[in-house]
Design a protein around this ligand. Structure first.
Ligand SMILES: CC(C)(COP(=O)(O)OP(=O)(O)OC[C@H]1O[C@@H](n2cnc3c(N)ncnc32)[C@H](O)[C@@H]1OP(=O)(O)O)[C@@H](O)C(=O)NCCC(=O)NCCS
Length: 200
């Protein structure tokens, strides 16, 4: 069985493409990415920041950003997406787990505003789930704002068994990534009664 240890995860690099045919590079986050991320923060809309952090946040400083870039790949699997010859950084996401042995991880991700709705988030999450499985994760949990329809669609369409529980304006989405994704699972999900009234 394929496995991804912390060292291999920290060197992960893959060329792939979005469902619209755009070539992208998916690679492990690096310490030096903190400078590009620092420059990107002021370009992010309040809505994007709110959907990611569930609150209004001030732009973080370099030291705060380094918590996302200078990481232990035993407990965090963090990837970025680069575009084109300039290697423009347009998205970042991670799975984070309590210990190296834990089979449950929490997902977070962000695509910069100008590149949203172009299939980039889907590629990022697909790669995180696929490599996350090799890394040892069987279940992924994501907390998603109930108005974050792109993220909810993205998660439901990955092809993994998916359960969504609604409470107080947010969904806890649980995905079983233990097995290969299957088209049988696309848009097949279980949700709480509250979720069904959200019209998603
Ligand atoms: C949520 C987010 C990661 C999605 O990434 P993306 O690159 O914009 O999404 P994609 O283009 O891959 O599209 C994903 C799905 O959402 C749909 N979608 C994307 N943008 C949409 C929009 N504005 N309105 C409606 N549907 C949309 C796509 O059609 C696609 O559906 P499909 O899987 O059935 O084809 C990105 O929009 C983002 O970073 N948002 C702000 C931060 C955030 O919400 N992070 C997640 C926190 S849990």
């Amino acid at each position: 069985m394929t496995t991804l240890d912390a060292h291999a995860a920290s060197h992960y690099h893959a060329l792939t493409h979005t469902n619209m045919g755009t070539d992208v590079t998916v690679r492990a986050i690096r310490s030096e990415d903190k400078y590009a991320i620092l420059d990107l923060y002021p370009t992010l809309s309040p809505r994007t920041l709110y959907m990611r952090f569930f609150r209004v946040i001030d732009a973080p400083n370099l030291e705060e950003i380094s918590r996302y870039t200078d990481i232990d790949f035993a407990t965090q699997l963090a990837f970025v997406i680069e575009l084109g010859p300039s290697k423009q950084l347009v998205a970042a996401g991670r799975l984070i787990r309590a210990t190296e042995q834990s089979k449950v991880a929490e997902l977070s991700c962000l695509v910069v505003d100008d590149y949203q709705n172009k299939g980039i988030g889907s590629v990022l999450v697909r790669e995180l789930f696929e490599q996350g499985r090799y890394w040892g994760v069987e279940q992924v949990i994501a907390l998603v704002h109930s108005e974050n329809h792109p993220m909810l669609r993205l998660l439901k369409s990955q092809g993994y068994p998916c359960e969504m529980l609604y409470d107080e304006g947010e969904f806890t989405v649980t995905l079983d990534i233990h097995h290969e994704p299957s088209s049988d699972n696309r848009f097949s999900y279980r949700s709480s009664l509250g979720a069904m009234h959200q019209g998603i």
